[in-house]
Design a protein around this ligand. Structure first.
Ligand code: VAH
Length: 320
């Protein structure tokens, strides 16, 4: 990777990945794009262009002018928003992906786009979900992710495009809160813990889902993109995870730092139904075997770092 174009650069992953990529590959070598502009470091500390990913011609112009050799396509609607606006999600998630793949094909770019545990459905084995198994998701987001995995495999087989992707679990971060996801509760709980030592979860007790801390997600993207292509069998859909937790497990970890923390529940039936259709835990053996995936943060280590960083961010007296 030398000259990188990132779409969705102001999203939960993009806002941290761009900063990390600029540290590793040089500020001027990472072109950040998003449909909106803000005054944060992604926009101010390196190349930035406004881009609606449904405009393939504009995407091509920006990538060509940047002389991109790598395209990291992150722009998409997440699961809860996609369920509320299914046709918008189809047009943006699939239209944007096809545009990005076509730009990558025309400019012969190495290509990354994330899949998700949302690519699995209620008939998928729920515990230690295998790398290769049944994928009949019952959400528009899941349909988009399965179609996306297959489309990226097609561009590899048909056009020899070097496409790569990860099935991300819920990602937890303190920089840019996620928007419109089902796993967002696992981020909100930390913000509320430092602000008011209490949180009301919209996901029910004993709803286990895979999660991972953002630093591990960023390292996984870079490690996969730098991996020897000949070692990659699963290429566009590697299962990655660091932990399987429910709201109670997170609350228990928070109470080790903030003993007075209180957790209550007000379940959102829409997002609960999405969560119930996903695995409880997934198997990441293929990622370990094919490109050396090894997350650093477990629940306690992530919780300590999240609470410390959020306390500093809100200059609150919180976790020490
Ligand atoms: C979502 N955070 O909740 C995303 C992710 C596995 C969950 O795909 O939609």
């Amino acid at each position: 990777m030398k000259k990188i174009l990132v779409t969705g650069a102001l999203g939960q992953i993009g806002s941290e990945l761009v900063v990390k990529l600029r540290e590793v590959y040089g500020e001027h070598n990472v072109m950040a794009t998003d449909i909106r502009r803000t005054d944060n470091e992604v926009v101010c500390n390196g190349p930035f262009e406004l881009l609606d990913v449904t405009d393939g011609r504009r995407m091509f112009e920006i990538a060509k002018a940047h002389q991109a050799d790598t395209l990291i396509h992150l722009a998409a609607l997440l699961s809860a928003t996609a369920e509320a606006k299914p046709l918008l999600a189809w047009n943006l998630n699939m239209g944007g992906l096809v545009n990005a793949l076509e730009v990558a094909r025309e400019l012969n770019c190495k290509f990354f786009t994330p899949s998700s545990i949302g690519a699995f459905g209620p008939t998928t084995p729920k515990d230690n979900t295998p790398q290769d198994t049944i994928q009949r998701p019952t959400t528009m987001y899941g349909v988009n992710k399965v179609a996306g995995e297959l489309l990226c495999d097609y561009y590899f087989q048909k056009f020899s495009l070097d496409t790569r992707g990860l099935r991300f679990p819920g990602l937890i971060s303190y920089v840019t809160p996620p928007g419109g996801g089902t796993t967002d509760y696992a981020v909100e709980i930390y913000y509320e813990a430092v602000k008011r030592q209490a949180y009301t979860s919209y996901i029910a007790k004993n709803t286990f889902m895979d999660m991972m801390y953002m630093p591990d997600a960023l390292k996984a993207i870079i490690d996969l993109m730098e991996a020897d292509s000949s070692r990659l069998t699963h290429r566009n859909a590697f299962n990655v995870t660091a932990m399987s937790v429910d709201p109670e497990a997170i609350a228990t970890a928070i109470r080790r730092q903030i003993p007075e923390f209180k957790l209550s529940y007000q379940v959102d039936p829409v997002r609960q139904a999405i969560a119930d259709s996903w695995p409880n835990s997934i198997d990441a053996t293929a990622s370990r075997d094919e490109w050396g995936f090894k997350p650093e943060f477990d629940l306690d280590k992530m919780t300590k770092d999240m609470l410390l960083k959020l306390s500093q961010k809100y200059s609150l007296v919180g976790a020490s």
